[in-house]
Design a protein around this ligand. Sequence first.
Ligand code: RB5
Length: 141
Amino acid sequence: MKIYIGSDHAGVDLKALIKERFAEVCDFDDAGTFSHDSVDYPDFAHKVANDVLNNPQSLGILICGTGNGMAITANKHAGIRAALCWAPEISALAKQHNNANIIVLPARFIESEVAIETVKSFFDATFEGGRHQRRIDKINI
Ligand code: RB5
């Protein structure tokens, strides 16, 4: 599974943990950042969003302090459905109902193990189609 991943300085430790835990099942392409030095989240959100759009079978993971900066930025890209998730139930529904192609995590407001379970649930879930596809078809402007 090809996964484009990126974070700002607030999410760099969680990004490293996710890469470690899912190393056997994911082919990660890491856009950075790679240190705790302060950076600007849009630089990473745009990179991951473009990569996911260019590789339709792939998924993305974006992480910042609250998740909001990454989600707001990524969702500016038509065709990106970036879902801010903080629990496994929410990430499952983000795939099942919204066919989210990027999961966004709030590093400063989620326990590490909950974040791991939230990512796993996102990976394991399947889009249900049907009425949900009809709704997704109405998103882009
Ligand atoms: C960085 O301090 C913080 O603003 C960023 O990680 C994120 O929470 C923005 O939405």
